[in-house]
Design a protein around this ligand. Structure first.
Ligand SMILES: O=C(O)/C=C/C(=O)CC(=O)CC(=O)O
Ligand SMILES: [Ca+2]
Ligand SMILES: [Mg+2]
Length: 452
């Protein structure tokens, strides 16, 4: 038997028995269906092929409103997302019940076991959904105060009244591990009086939380925040890579344009809301302001869970030596140094995804299965970051610089903007239903030089 019961879950593994995130993967040509994209769930160090379960009748006893058919052979999770929330929950429950039952055919039938489990090391992950629209919001008051202070601007009154947002570009969205090609744009370098088209010198990240919409919202129909829960298919980590010099120049008087449209990375695994159903929530601070009834949520059910984010930069040290008129630059071959620079928490946001969905629909704006809603940069107040004072509570470098927070050196150099060769990973962890730690699996990117 390739995978025996109980599946070993290492303490630092994000994919325990009560997380079960969904994703789209492919394998090498000699493994299973090879390079065909298909759906799976992550468990321990494996992906469980969902079509193999479906074809072996695992969901026949599951009450569903319509047959699953070949839904798990789709190249995205959109078709599965259109099943009613009760169906999606029932499918997930069946998977959990089988994985946690030593007498399931999953563990007893050798051929099935071999076909169903594929080691994570043998797969390639793809975008989990075909993304139909993308909005990026501005939901953290801590971030808004710090970012706007840098521009000597007050937080606008509207911030407290609804979740502010801007329309993003779907073409910018890529799955974790996609390289970050340094973007080029028009901006003024210090000391010049006109903009020059050049690679950004102020490349930044933004820690965000994304939600995928399951069911469409017809144009003209207003969804209230209390109705939004069942519309959410699942959550991903999102990094809204940003160029601050381009942004500073272009955002007068419009919103962000090229400064945000070169890349937005998301984690590959979509965590279902049910995985977080027992994870603590804190009532969103927006409830204490004057908000429209359509944006009101229940104190105990609003989606602002205790999800702990961290950011790690990986940078190689550079040794310079000057001998005999020759300058030698050596990138340390001893591997990169990893440094934690940020820790923040979803529970510190001002607005939740339920409220973002309600606000998005409030104008009569239609929404589709596969719409992605980013939370905006997520920061936490400094008093929450007690364990390690070197780590900032700010969800991006611009804000860390605005707060004059001194980060530890990385690769022997001060940490300012992202450099070519830097790797950056955002992780997110929460408490799953069985009390174990569960995670998103990270969203990572390597910065590579601009294409000139
Ligand atoms: O107006 C500002 O200060 C900044 C706006 C943004 O950077 C847009 C954005 O991505 C918002 C966010 O991530 O919170
Ligand atoms: Ca953003
Ligand atoms: Mg971006």
């Amino acid at each position: 038997m390739g995978v025996s019961f109980p599946i070993d879950i290492a303490p630092d593994c994000p994919f325990g028995h009560h997380n079960i995130p969904f994703g789209i993967f492919s394998t090498a040509s000699d493994v299973g269906l090879g390079n065909q994209r298909r759906a799976g769930v992550a468990i321990g160090n494996f992906v469980l092929e969902l079509d193999v379960l479906a074809k072996h009748g695992f969901f026949e006893g599951t009450t569903l409103s319509r047959p699953l058919g070949d839904v798990f052979l789709s190249t995205d999770l959109n078709a599965f997302a259109t099943f009613p929330a009760a169906d999606r929950r029932a499918v997930r429950t069946t998977i959990v019940e089988n994985l946690t039952n030593g007498s399931s055919a999953l563990y007893k039938d050798d051929a099935l076991n071999t076909a169903a489990f594929v080691p994570l090391g043998k797969i390639q992950m793809h975008l989990p959904m075909t993304i139909t629209d993308y909005t990026d919001f501005f939901c953290s008051l801590v971030h808004a105060e710090n970012a706007l202070r840098l521009l000597s601007l007050p937080v606008p009154q509207a911030f407290y009244e609804y979740p502010m947002g801007y329309n993003g570009r779907i073409s910018s969205i890529a799955v974790s591990n996609t390289d970050v090609v340094r973007p080029r744009g028009f901006f003024r370098s210090p000391g010049t009086d006109h903009p020059i088209y050049q690679p950004t010198q102020q490349l930044d990240f933004e820690v965000e939380f994304g939600a995928f919409l399951a069911s469409p919202v017809e144009a003209g129909k207003n969804v209230t925040a209390r109705e939004a829960e069942d519309l959410i298919f699942g959550y991903v980590l999102l990094n809204d890579w940003s160029s601050r010099d381009i942004q500073k120049y272009e955002m007068h008087p419009f919103g962000p344009f090229h400064s945000k449209s070169f890349l937005t990375s998301i984690s590959a695994w979509v965590v279902m809301p049910e995985a977080m159903s027992n994870c603590p929530c804190r009532a969103p601070p927006s409830l204490s302001s004057q908000i429209s009834p359509t944006l009101e949520v229940d104190d105990a059910n609003h989606g602002l869970h205790d999800v702990q984010f961290s950011v790690k930069v990986s940078r190689k040290s550079v040794n310079l030596s000057l001998s005999d008129r020759t300058l030698t630059i050596e990138i340390s071959g001893k591997g990169a140094q990893d440094v934690d620079i940020v820790r923040s928490n979803l529970a510190d946001a001002f607005w939740s995804h339920y409220q973002m969905i309600a606000y998005q629909s409030s104008s009569g704006c239609g929404m589709s299965t596969g719409d992605l809603l980013g939370s905006g940069t997520l920061s936490s107040p400094p008093d929450k970051i007690q364990e390690d004072s070197k780590v900032a509570g700010n969800g991006c470098l611009a804000e860390i610089l605005a707060c004059k927070h001194i980060l530890p050196d990385v690769g022997g150099r001060p940490m300012q903007w992202l450099e070519d060769g830097d790797g950056l990973t955002i992780e997110g962890w929460f408490t799953a239903a069985d009390g174990t730690k569960a995670g998103f699996g990270g969203v990572t990117g390597l910065v590579v030089p601009a294409v000139l």
